[in-house]
Design a protein around this ligand. Structure first.
Ligand code: PMP
Length: 406
């Protein structure tokens, strides 16, 4: 077994920061109260929940009443999209709305759109990104109809790290809503991969609904947020107790909520220290090195409009999974496609959406840096990568030669 693990899969998940863990710990066994209970222990838990809500609201530049805790971004996405559609169907007595998303969303958005289409609850348009992995706002504009009630576009793509023009889409939605409409156009963004690096100021961006998850920002797994603009009334996904102002029932997971509140404070601190810029330099260092020293590799997605942590390469004549396994044996952990579907060995829907052919999607690797990734780690990763790619290509070359000689 290799001694040291070099973890380069931070888009899949991040470790809980020690400071976050310290803040969470008392809420498991000492301050274990139910945040809805009226006694002292309950109030203590309730105050901790509200403090976390305030921390998050500050970053989003919104009112605390617009923050709802969920079990994660998957639930936030489901609640937002299904809620908007259900409300319209209720209001217009069974009439079906039109909704728009991109073809390369995370499955927790994409599959909700597909299921609404399949169940004939909505007419759906999937807008393809350009070859550089960025959505063109004009392409979205062309799809908007009189009965379009929702646009859902992710802020940063989880596979290839490309940044989407969220503010421009927000401006477009505001323009559309200036005209007389049967029902306002609502803008939702899945900002899970953006929160670590980019502004999530909902006023500036012009979004009505935003989904977030703590485990991508050094917080715990199983806790998310849905930001919902105050005047937007949508039905809840679940029914139950009166928690979260009747919008999201279920006993508050106080330790996780406290963890999210602390993790988001630390994001701000890192950005104030310019850590995103330092990460970007390391990212570019590795991109340059790979492009210069390994032949037949291609960077998937725009070089400029990409998250500071994301490197996504396609290697000709190499299987992504073989690369991943060999790197793993050296103690290096990276991703291939999106973490959720990587076990399925299906071609990545993100790469197909960019226009790559099925066979071109196989040799891809996602390398996502973390706050503690250092240049030495990247150099070690590079030396192993170069050797493994060369070896694997030799093997596939030999197999091809044998095949030709038969
Ligand atoms: N959206 C995006 C863009 C993601 O990267 C993820 C996590 N892979 C999710 C949604 C789902 O988040 P969660 O794990 O909190 O359900």
């Amino acid at each position: 077994m290799p001694k040291k693990i070099i973890y380069l899969d931070n888009a899949a998940t991040t470790p809980v920061d020690k400071k976050v863990l310290q803040k969470m710990l008392p809420y498991f066994s000492e301050k274990f109260g139910n945040a809805m209970s009226l006694h002292t222990m309950g109030e203590e838990a309730g105050d901790a929940v509200e403090e976390a809500r305030e921390n998050i609201a500050k970053i989003l530049n919104c009112d605390v009443q617009e923050i709802f805790f969920t079990s994660g971004a998957t639930e936030s996405n489901n609640t937002a999209i299904k809620g908007v559609v259900k409300r319209y169907i209720q209001e217009f007595k069974g009439e079906i709305p039109h909704i728009i998303t991109s073809a390369f969303e995370h499955h927790s958005v994409l599959d909700v759109f597909k299921s609404l289409e399949r169940d004939k609850k909505a007419e759906v348009s999937f807008v393809a990104p350009k070859a550089d992995g960025v959505i063109d706002v004009d392409d979205l504009k062309k799809e908007i109809k009189n009965n379009t009630i929702l646009i859902s576009i992710m802020y940063v793509n989880n596979e290839i790290g490309t940044i989407q023009p969220i503010k421009e889409i927000g401006d477009l939605v505001k323009e559309v809503n200036k005209k007389q409409r049967k029902s306002p156009l609502i803008f939702h963004t899945d900002a899970v991969q953006a929160l670590n690096y980019f502004t999530c100021d909902v006023e500036y961006l012009g979004v009505d609904l935003m989904s977030l998850s703590a485990h991508k920002i050094y917080g715990p797994k199983g806790i998310g947020v849905l930001y919902k603009r105050k005047n937007l009334n949508i039905p809840p996904l679940m029914n139950g107790g009166g928690q979260e102002r009747n919008f999201r029932p279920g006993t508050h997971s106080v330790p996780q909520i406290v963890g999210f509140g602390e993790a988001i404070k630390l994001v701000k601190k890192r950005l104030e220290k310019g850590e995103d810029k330092k990460m970007k330099e390391k990212r570019d260092y590795l991109i340059e090195k790979i492009l210069k020293e390994i032949p037949d590799v291609y960077l998937n997605g725009s070089r400029e409009k990409r998250s500071p942590n994301n490197i996504h390469f396609r290697f000709d004549s190499v299987e992504g999974e073989s690369l991943l396994m060999k790197l793993d044996m050296e103690g290096i952990e990276v991703g291939t496609g999106s973490a959720c579907s990587s076990a399925s060995l299906q071609a990545s829907h993100v790469l197909l959406a960019l226009g790559l052919k099925q066979e071109q999607t196989h040799g891809s690797l996602r390398i996502t840096l973390g706050k503690d990734t250092c240049k030495k780690d990247l150099d070690y990763f590079f030396s192993k990568l170069k050797k493994i790619v060369t070896d694997l290509r030799k093997i596939s070359g030999n197999v091809l030669d044998e095949f030709k000689n038969k």
